[in-house]
Design a protein around this ligand. Structure first.
Ligand SMILES: [Zn+2]
Length: 472
């Protein structure tokens, strides 16, 4: 007979495991804290306040920027599309109240699913194509939401591109849609659009056509990209009262960051590493594009708040306050057409939230613009090559060009330079020379919140098409 004796080794093993776990946790916290400090340096340097002439982060007088980026899913008719855009883009009296008059864009499909006839370029209603064409030319439809679920071959994709080109329609942003075969990147296994040799391969035609920016699906629950992150970015999501669910959601975003920090995942989460709005993505066929990240703060997880009702929470006053606090940029993930079974197509709470956003825009705090204009402003500002000289009589700023990482040298013209703002010393006249030629159309601004005077290239507001009966 044997007597069982307490196994001292078990206690020791448990203690050792606890010690190793505590040490690992401590190391992880230190590493993350170090990385948070790195993002603070990264973005503080970008907004240097000490040089006599510096490039302002946002066009004067704004301190943050926002785009509402809507996928076209479930927008069923031209009446619905026009009704929503009229409220967003004009100050007309609409069924939702006076329009908010903001530069808020939209997206479109080329081909609908078989058996359906939603609002698409190739729908059975000729007015759909006319309306989409007018809104693309006005710059308000700026995103192609894949070619649509009805497009599964290269032949279809190429004929879609040719149709857009024939009508002088350039769409610079691509957004993957659900499991559409024409999607690009290996985000989902069903994405085929950039796989060389696949029957659905088209990126060799689509990217050179006009596409500069791509959303493969990257999204976050952190408010404010291109801004430092801290524990608060994850522990204080400003949107939800359901704390536990919010924390779970934040933990997922935090995990994406850890995964990107330590290279634990593939490149899927690479934008989370620096909390960046934009980064360079190499597609499966080797082509390079700018990928951008959107946000959705819904407590159930990313995607749950991406509808008309959820938009109210994603642009609530507390979210906008946080955006201003971190001086960040945000692209809201939404579907304006996911709005219930019928009217009102704009939810009343969402209409209120948009009115509040409009106050922030008109009072010069948050720049609200289309996804393309926001992305273009951000990449041009980063790629701008300039020098400045200030003597006792004047300040001269010379713009030498824009060296885009993907396209190489691109033209520094009024279109690309709009919104670019330089803070300048007080009391001296300022000249800006673009390729040696003096610019006449400049805005001289009074001191901003930091007390610094500035000069900027005027922001050109998009002019929406006339809103009339879609049948005519
Ligand atoms: Zn979609």
């Amino acid at each position: 007979m044997t007597t069982r004796r307490p196994n001292r080794n078990v206690g020791r093993t448990l203690r050792e495991t606890a010690a190793v776990s505590a040490a690992t946790g401590f190391f992880l916290i230190l590493a993350v804290q170090w990385d948070f400090s790195r993002t603070a340096r990264l973005y503080r340097d970008a907004a240097s306040m000490h040089a006599p002439v510096s490039l302002r982060q946002y066009p004067y007088p704004f301190r943050a920027a926002l785009s509402i980026c809507s996928d076209i899913d479930d927008t069923e008719t031209p009446e619905e599309f026009l009704s929503i855009q009229e409220f967003l883009n004009t100050d007309h009296e609409t069924v939702y109240g006076r329009g908010v008059g903001l530069e808020i864009g939209n997206s479109f499909y080329m081909v609908d699913r078989p058996g359906r006839n939603e609002f698409t370029w190739f729908s059975d209603r000729p007015q759909d194509q006319r309306i989409i064409r007018e809104f693309i030319r006005a710059g308000i439809i700026d995103c192609l939401h894949s070619y649509g679920e009805g497009c599964s071959t290269r032949v279809q994709a190429v004929s879609a591109i040719r149709a857009l080109e024939r009508d002088g329609c350039r769409v610079p942003v691509w957004i993957n849609h659900s499991n559409a075969r024409s999607n690009m990147s290996k985000w989902f296994k069903t994405n085929r659009g950039d796989r060389l040799g696949d029957p659905a391969y088209h990126s060799d035609v689509t990217i050179p056509y006009a596409i500069r920016y791509v959303s493969c699906g990257s999204s976050t629950s952190v408010v404010g990209q291109d801004a430092p992150v801290s524990w608060r970015s994850y522990l204080c999501p400003p949107v939800s009262e359901a704390c536990l669910k919010s924390l779970r959601n934040s933990a997922k975003s935090f995990f994406k960051r850890i995964a990107s920090m330590f290279g634990l995942s593939d490149t899927r989460y690479f934008l989370h590493r620096d909390n960046a709005l934009i980064g360079i993505r190499r597609l499966e066929d080797g082509r390079r594009v700018y990928e951008f990240m959107r946000y959705d703060l819904h407590r159930e997880g990313i995607g749950y708040g991406a509808d008309s009702r959820g938009l109210a929470e994603n642009i609530s006053e507390s979210v906008l306050k946080r955006l201003l606090e971190v001086r960040g940029t945000g692209i809201v993930y939404t579907h304006l057409g996911k709005n219930g079974d019928g009217q009102p197509w704009v939810d009343p709470q969402t209409a209120d939230a948009l009115r509040n956003l409009s106050v922030h825009a008109t009072e010069g705090r948050i720049l609200v613009t289309t996804t393309y204009k926001l992305l273009n402003y951000t990449t041009v500002r980063r790629a701008l090559r300039w020098t400045a000289e200030a003597d006792s009589t004047e300040t001269v700023i010379r713009i030498h060009g824009i060296r885009d990482t993907i396209l190489g040298e691109i033209e520094a013209n009024e279109e690309n330079l709009q919104g670019i703002t330089f803070t300048v010393p007080d009391g001296k006249p300022v000249r800006i020379l673009v390729h040696g030629k003096a610019c006449r159309d400049l805005r001289t601004n009074p001191p901003d919140e930091s007390g610094r005077r500035s000069v900027s290239f005027p922001w050109k507001r998009l002019k929406p098409p006339e809103f009339h009966d879609p049948g005519h």
